[in-house]
Design a protein. Structure first.
Length: 114
């Protein structure tokens, strides 16, 4: 069970740092962030109003730290399960815990760091 929590925690930390910190303007991977936002997030003017359209991959790739954590946990558990055996309940647990931990990290960061 500790391994499952470790996978969740690692996914949460990496996803938060990636989606919320290092891909923002002025940071180390700002070029990657700008490229993905330009590729997947469009603002168009229709009938004089701005209409935002985002590709369905925008949130899981960069737009939402919870979504990035969920994707990372989804794939990380599958890779881990090749060596340790697959269990659907554990898979769901790892994904949910990664999302929950990301929310906790984001709340802590916004309250005490920013």
């Amino acid at each position: 069970m500790l391994e499952l929590l470790s996978i969740s925690f690692m996914c949460a930390v990496v996803a938060f740092v990636y989606a919320e910190i290092i891909t923002r303007p002025g940071e180390v991977l700002a070029v990657v962030g700008r490229w993905l936002r330009d590729l997947l997030y469009k603002v168009e003017v229709v009938n004089g109003r701005e209409v935002v359209s985002e590709h369905w991959l925008y949130k899981p790739l960069i737009g939402c730290s919870k979504c990035v954590a969920g994707q990372m946990a989804l794939w990380s558990y599958l890779i881990w399960s090749f060596h340790h055996g697959y269990h659907a309940g554990h898979h769901v647990f790892v994904i949910c815990m990664a999302i929950l931990m990301t929310l906790c990290i984001k709340s802590f960061f916004n309250k005490y760091i920013l």
